[in-house]
Design a protein around this ligand. Structure first.
Ligand code: AMP
Length: 221
């Protein structure tokens, strides 16, 4: 969790003429619920910025940066990257973003939610926070994730639900599509179990706290 004197560390990223009362949408949902897709749709129609630890880590792993080397062993097994790595990166991104934003995949456990809450307490006047909880049943999750094929450029396809024009090849950039290492059946099972164990206290925390507004959305669209 953030200590009291830690906010100076994020303060240096906050510009003096930063927009006041920024809106933050926190997308919470099981793997495969389509957080990424929903976030992308919203971004198309607005100037929202997406902050997603999953994307940041995938890019770092692909570019073989020192962050990538540090987090690879967790992301490939579908395990959560330690809070002390994630919290710092995400809070820094929020502090320096001058506009409304979507948090896609953060917080994922109660320690992350508390660290974020501490951050909002410090900058309370500047943020309105809404939680969007995406719901989807397990069979649908399995179907969506097992058939998912991704491209390095960020495009995501599905072998049945959204196939590329040419099998295994990205429509946008022509690269070979791959199966994300964390999309294999046994990894998916671990990710789903982890999600359920860790997200319940997060949802309960937001429900008990008037600063946050929660909206439940059926993701079976
Ligand atoms: P995602 O794209 O959101 O499914 O995330 C892919 C992987 O990145 C996860 O399986 C985790 O290993 C890691 N990750 C993403 N978000 C977080 C987070 N909030 N805390 C820890 N690890 C995360």
């Amino acid at each position: 969790m953030l200590g009291k004197n830690r906010h100076f560390c994020y303060n240096i990223f906050v510009k003096k003429d930063m927009k006041k009362n920024k809106k933050i949408y926190i997308f919470i949902g099981p793997p495969g619920a389509g957080k990424d897709t929903q976030a992308n749709l919203l971004v198309k129609e607005s100037d929202l910025v997406i902050i997603s630890p999953g994307r940041i880590f995938r890019k770092a792993v692909a570019n073989k940066t020192s962050l990538g080397e540090k987090v690879k062993k967790y992301t490939q097994k579908g395990e959560l990257v330690p809070d002390k790595i994630v919290n710092k990166i995400i809070m820094k991104e929020i502090a320096k973003t001058d506009g409304d934003l979507i948090l896609d995949g953060f917080p994922r456990d109660i320690d992350q939610a508390l660290a974020l809450d501490e951050f909002f307490k410090i900058y309370k006047a500047d943020y309105t926070v809404r939680i969007i909880e995406l719901k989807l049943n397990e069979e649908k999750i399995r179907q969506r994730i097992i058939g998912r094929r991704s491209c390095f450029c960020g495009r995501v396809f599905h072998v049945e639900l959204n196939p590329p024009k040419e099998q295994g090849v990205c429509d946008r950039c022509g690269r070979q599509l791959t199966v994300r290492p964390d999309s294999h059946a046994e990894v998916l099972e671990r990710r789903s179990r982890l999600y359920k164990e860790r997200i319940k206290p997060v949802i309960d925390f937001y429900k008990d706290n008037d600063f946050y507004e929660i909206n439940e959305v059926e993701a079976d669209g």
